[in-house]
Write a protein that binds this ligand. Structure first.
Ligand code: SF4
Ligand code: SF4
Length: 143
């Protein structure tokens, strides 16, 4: 049975879901609900990474004193594989977002040297992040 919604006067089809406009308030409300579900252990979220994306080539050593490892304060969800391997800690209250300490840094960062303690096993998101293309931190000087 068709409905008025299906039969538009101009013959067009209803909007596809990805064309739906969601207000910022509505987006925030959805994020809050997801956060609450994760806190209650009802839901969890995995990160998604495309296949075949190469590691970024960033000269961290020459920028680290200026950036103070800014990228190691970012929040992101680990992929299913990364969670399965168990090398990277995630936040138990927010599975499977990377765990962060009270200072807001990833728990795998050695704060005294600003180096990653699991470099060989760091998540794909860390491997692929290129701060020189990130508007938030791209002007970090080399020192
Ligand atoms: S990727 Fe950029 S922000 Fe992150 S540690 Fe390296 S230089 Fe710093
Ligand atoms: S895993 Fe390593 S590179 Fe990734 S955020 Fe943590 S300390 Fe930084």
């Amino acid at each position: 049975m068709s409905t008025d919604k299906d039969n538009r006067e101009d013959g067009s089809m209803p909007d596809e879901p990805d064309e739906l406009q969601i207000s910022d308030t509505e987006k925030q409300r959805i994020i809050n609900i997801l956060n609450k579900m994760m806190e209650l252990g009802i839901g969890s979220i995995y990160g998604e990474e495309e296949e075949g994306v190469p590691d970024a080539l960033v000269d961290c050593a020459s920028r680290i004193r200026a950036c103070r490892a800014a990228c190691c304060t970012f929040t992101f969800a680990l992929t299913k594989d990364e969670v399965k391997k168990g090398m990277v800690k995630h936040n138990p209250d927010k599975p499977f977002f990377i765990a962060r300490n009270a200072e807001g840094y990833c728990t795998h960062l050695d704060i005294s040297t600003l180096t990653c303690t699991i470099w060989e096993d760091r998540p794909l998101r860390c491997r692929r992040y290129d701060c020189s293309e990130d508007g938030k931190v791209k002007d970090i000087p080399e020192i």
